[in-house]
Design a protein around this ligand. Structure first.
Ligand code: IVH
Length: 687
């Protein structure tokens, strides 16, 4: 039966819509590291587009997002051309689809005995690492598959990326793998971002991409990134194994980290078992996996099968089902956060999702709720991405169309008093909204909700790490008047009798708690700065500050200019620090902390993670690639130092055009190693 004209117009229009939507999501995902839709929703759009294009090839255009591998690289990093494109993978969403793939492939290579490797599809970022003469020379993102970004300096800070490989490696080769942020690191990073008032990363992939694509490699170095290598790219000057599995074994012998959960399996039933097994166990993995990558093991067969577009016929991603469901959004309540933020919280009709019952979900702020058009009483689509607090994707289409929906959400409307003025729902103080911020705040620093959470934050693992004191205990201590703020914890040892009177407090637990409090006096300056809960100062920023200041007094006395002169401290952070130390209440707490023996001094910054830490350079003569000043900055950014004179501490003398005779002579005398510009570029990863 033919298709009537109107249908064709409709199909063309739908294809246009799908392309526009996918392009938009691609840009958010790859360029902004901040996607608005779940992987499942994205996959559904792409599937629909591919199906329509397959059915109506006349509408297939070369610029269709179905024909691309990813997004274009960002110019700031410099572009790396991939000598062999980094491919993408087709998906299977069910056992039937997996079997259809296996049948299709088997037919193409009839009579061959197939073996499959199975690997976890980790939610991270694909990278290509090029090694020349045993040394890591370039690290690049996948980008659009043909051209990626040069992120060598950042990848060098990932501890599991070998900077050099064992003898006997091919003279030039590329190792490909997935850089990722383990679940724990992802959670910590998001907690930090919350404390710093920055938007949260929606998933570990975005967080890994955001970490690896930092213009300042020192920031990357602070993130606990990891890598699993899953393939060899182009190889020169060496022979490679004949199968994928042997290649993975070979990569291990070169010093690469290969996922120990990979398996070589004899048939598709075993593949299904592997998938099912990990579907059950994936919550226990230290990283987020969104499926299993199934690859035909033999390279000869891989070659015979070839690719369709950017997807190899010899591999497929067998995706885990997205953990999604729908439920009713009963109401949106407002809770008060540690820094006084008024946080909207979704109260849901309890629903089981991925093995847990969900009653609440995070709603980030009023703008976000309005953008997603979420209203009380709606049926909403919710999803849980691994360990992340469940989030609301949006109302179901039926709810959106319901004529009797509640009004658009208004945060201030939720916290009005009898006279119609917005007030803090906990302490009744005025509500403020600082210019340029999306959050509303309770204006009263002594608000009980804030005080309680400040103490909870102070004792938490990432801060002063005082074990055995939890939320309930803090509530009790506050309500009994045993403490008023964090400094009070250190005077509790004089109140042992009163502590014993608290509910459920036996001698032993009181002693343990007092000991834990006492032990925390030795925590580092960095931890203490982070524990104070200064707005916009999370643990990463605390680390930066602890490297610049001797102690809390030194930080508290710093001028705005001094603060802003520190790399990665902007005006917003500087102002927040100044405001914190400008409050008498905070200074009183700091004084009392000092009196009770909490006054750590800075330890010498350990930046050994960086490539050139502890390496001193002297440059003499002109360099072709950049000026001396710029070269010095590059050395510094990698943790090294650049000096003007050759001394015993000088590791390398970089010799450019027209070098200074004095420096050469001094270097000879001290037997300092001389290197030319090319070698220097190699050392700073730009060779
Ligand atoms: S193989 C020839 N193996 O999935 C296929 N990819 O859509 C090339 N990924 O860009 C990729 N874990 O970011 C392969 N064990 C694994 C993987 C993996 C994660 C990602 C990778 C790639 C995407 C393919």
């Amino acid at each position: 039966m033919g298709v009537i004209m109107e249908d064709l117009a409709g199909i063309s229009e739908r294809i246009g819509q799908l392309k526009a939507q996918i392009n938009h999501h691609n840009y958010r995902y790859h360029a902004l590291d901040s996607s608005e839709v779940s992987d499942a929703e994205y996959d559904a759009l792409m599937r629909e587009l591919k199906q329509l294009e397959e059915q109506y090839p006349r509408f297939l255009t070369v610029d269709s997002p179905s024909q691309r591998v990813g997004a274009e690289p960002v110019a700031a990093f410099g572009v790396v051309e991939h000598p062999l494109p980094l491919l993408s993978l087709g998906n299977a969403f069910s056992r039937d689809e997996l079997e259809a793939w296996s049948t299709r492939t088997s037919k193409l290579i009839e009579g061959e005995q197939l073996k499959f490797t199975c690997e976890h599809k980790i939610d991270g970022l694909a990278v290509a690492l090029t090694y020349v003469d045993g040394q890591l020379s370039t690290g690049a993102t996948r980008g659009d598959g043909f051209r990626g970004e040069n992120i060598t300096q950042n990848l060098r800070t990932v501890r599991s990326v070998p900077l050099s490989v064992g003898k006997g490696a091919p003279s030039r080769f590329e190792a490909r793998g997935e850089v990722f942020l383990p679940k724990a690191g992802f959670q910590r990073l998001n907690q930090d971002r919350e404390a710093e008032g920055q938007p949260l990363f929606a998933n570990p992939r975005n967080a890994a991409a955001g970490s690896v694509r930092q213009l300042d490699p020192r920031i990357t170095a602070r993130r606990p990134l990891d890598i699993y290598i899953y393939a060899l790219g182009p190889v020169e000057g060496g022979t490679i194994p004949e199968s994928h599995w042997e290649t993975l074994e070979y990569l291990k012998t070169l010093g690469f980290k290969v996922n120990p959960n990979n398996a070589l399996l004899a048939d598709i039933d075993r593949v299904e078992e592997y998938y099912k097994d990990w579907l059950d166990k994936k919550e226990d993995l230290p990283y987020e996996a969104d499926g299993v990558v199934v690859k035909i093991d033999s390279f000869i067969l891989q070659q015979r099968l070839g690719n369709v577009g950017h997807e190899p016929r010899w591999a497929i991603a067998y995706k885990f089902p997205a953990v999604q469901g729908t439920t009713r959004l009963n109401s949106i309540e407002i809770s008060v956060g540690r820094t006084g933020t008024l946080n909207p919280v979704a109260v849901l009709e309890p629903v089981r999702l991925g093995g847990v019952t969900i009653k609440q979900a995070a709603l980030h702020n009023e703008d976000d709720i309005r953008r997603k058009d979420i209203r009380e009483g709606d049926r909403v689509l919710i999803q849980r991405a691994g360990e992340v607090i469940p989030e609301i994707v949006g109302p179901t289409p039926e709810s959106r169309e319901n004529p009797d929906r509640e009004e658009e959400f208004s945060l201030l409307g939720k916290v009005k008093n009898d006279r119609g003025e917005p007030i803090c729902p906990v302490c009744g103080s005025a509500v403020i909204k600082p210019e340029g911020e999306v959050m509303y705040y309770c204006s009263n620093a002594a608000c009980p909700a804030q005080v309680q959470q400040r103490i909870e934050h102070f004792v938490s693992r990432g801060a002063m790490d005082i074990r055995g004191i939890g939320q309930a205990q803090i509530t009790a201590l506050l309500s009994e008047g045993l403490i008023e703020d964090v400094s009070g914890l250190y005077s509790l040892k004089d109140k042992r009798e009163q502590l014993l009177e608290l509910e459920r407090m036996a001698e032993k637990s009181v002693d343990n708690q007092l000991k834990a409090i006492d032990n925390s006096k030795d925590r580092s300056l960095e931890r203490l700065i982070s524990a104070l809960g200064i707005r916009h100062v999370g643990s990463e920023m605390a680390q930066v500050l602890a490297q610049e200041f001797i102690d809390l007094d030194d930080l508290g006395n710093a001028s705005r200019e001094k603060l802003i002169s520190i790399d990665s401290v902007g005006p917003k952070i500087a102002d927040s620090i100044i405001a914190f130390f400008g409050q008498e209440e905070n200074n009183r707490i700091i004084r009392r902390l000092k009196e009770t023996g909490v006054n750590p001094k800075a330890e010498k910054a350990e930046s050994e993670k960086l490539l050139l830490s502890g390496t001193e350079f002297v440059i003499t003569g002109r360099l072709e690639s950049f000026g001396r000043q710029e070269a010095a900055e590059k050395i510094k950014a990698l943790g090294g130092t650049a000096k003007d004179n050759v001394t015993r501490n000088t590791r390398y003398l970089v010799v450019g055009e027209d070098p200074g005779a004095g420096k050469l002579k001094q270097a000879d005398k001290l037997k300092t190693e001389r290197i030319d510009e090319t070698a220097f570029l190699g050392k700073i990863g730009e060779g």
